[in-house]
Design a protein around this ligand. Structure first.
Ligand SMILES: NC(=O)c1ccc[n+]([C@@H]2O[C@H](COP(=O)([O-])OP(=O)(O)OC[C@H]3O[C@@H](n4cnc5c(N)ncnc54)[C@H](OP(=O)(O)O)[C@@H]3O)[C@@H](O)[C@H]2O)c1
Length: 245
């Protein structure tokens, strides 16, 4: 199946930011969506917006750090649409802080969301893709997977893990599956600075407001990868503001 139209796409972290923009972008092009996140009200707004514009979408309240969250997402795709063509693992947290603040709960959340969450997606979707003989993993990392900037050590480490896991998965995926890494730079979303230590949050949101790329740019990069013909894999995309150092 080529193009975007008709594809069944599950997206984690679809209640805001890049995930919500990707959902809107793909819905406009005829994808059938299964959208996951924890905040039910925000997820409902995204789903309702897509339905109001004539698109097809279902919302699933789920947590990527739990295996059953991802199986709920993939099971919903199979129950509603009979298949799953793409899993976009996008859920993330940017609660960054200097090591001296010892925000261990935030460190744990980044590891659980970015690494365990990604692996939970592989666990839920890979058997489905193998049965179908087709499928596409799209994993959202960050430019922090390429350059470490203080105080983003833990965040950068977990996003580097996303990059490494994605390449390992690609090498094992064989000729029938596709695996794409999309690494955004600074993007204008509510997640920038959310939960970060106050000084860092202020600096991050100021820079976001000055130079942040629109989340629709990342959505378009994801859509580009999904829209390729069978047998063509866009393995890696970095999309960032021109002004980002
Ligand atoms: N914005 C940037 O500058 C930037 C740059 C590079 C990479 N990224 C990456 O892009 C991705 C999306 O971030 P964003 O900028 O769009 O920020 P965002 O608006 O805060 O979006 C994050 C999404 O992840 C969801 N999420 C967080 N933890 C979750 C969990 N445990 N289970 C399920 N969903 C969870 C959130 O929904 P709920 O809270 O409702 O669960 C939300 O929908 C992240 O992986 C982020 O690291 C962002």
């Amino acid at each position: 199946m080529s193009g975007i139209e008709g594809k069944v796409v599950a997206i984690t972290g679809a209640s805001s930011g890049i995930g919500a923009a990707t959902a809107a972008y793909l819905a406009e092009r005829g994808a059938r969506l299964v959208l996951g996140a924890r905040r039910e009200d925000r997820l409902k707004e995204v789903v309702d917006g897509i339905l109001a514009r004539g698109g097809t979408a279902a919302g699933v309240v789920m947590d990527v750090t739990r295996r059953d969250g991802l199986t709920l997402l993939t099971d919903t795709a199979l129950d509603r649409f009979g298949r799953l063509d793409v899993l976009v693992s996008n859920a993330g947290t940017m609660a960054v802080s200097p090591f001296d603040e010892l925000r261990q709960d935030d460190w744990d959340a980044m590891v659980a969301t970015h690494i365990t969450g990604l692996l939970n997606g592989v666990g839920a979707a890979l058997p489905v893709f193998r049965r179908q003989g087709s499928g596409h993993f799209v994993n959202v990392a960050s430019t922090a997977a390429y350059v470490v900037k203080t105080p983003q050590g833990v965040y950068a480490a977990t996003k580097t893990a996303v990059k490494v896991l994605t390449e390992g998965l690609r090498q094992e995926s064989g000729p029938d599956l596709r695996v794409t890494l999309v690494s955004p730079g600074l993007t204008d979303t509510e997640g920038v600075g959310k939960g970060a230590s106050p000084e860092t949050a202020e600096a991050m949101t100021r820079l976001r407001d000055e130079i942040g790329a629109p989340p629709s740019a990342v959505a378009a990069a994801i859509g580009f990868a999904i829209g390729q013909p069978d047998g063509v894999d866009i393995s890696e995309v970095v999309v960032r503001p021109t002004a980002q150092a």
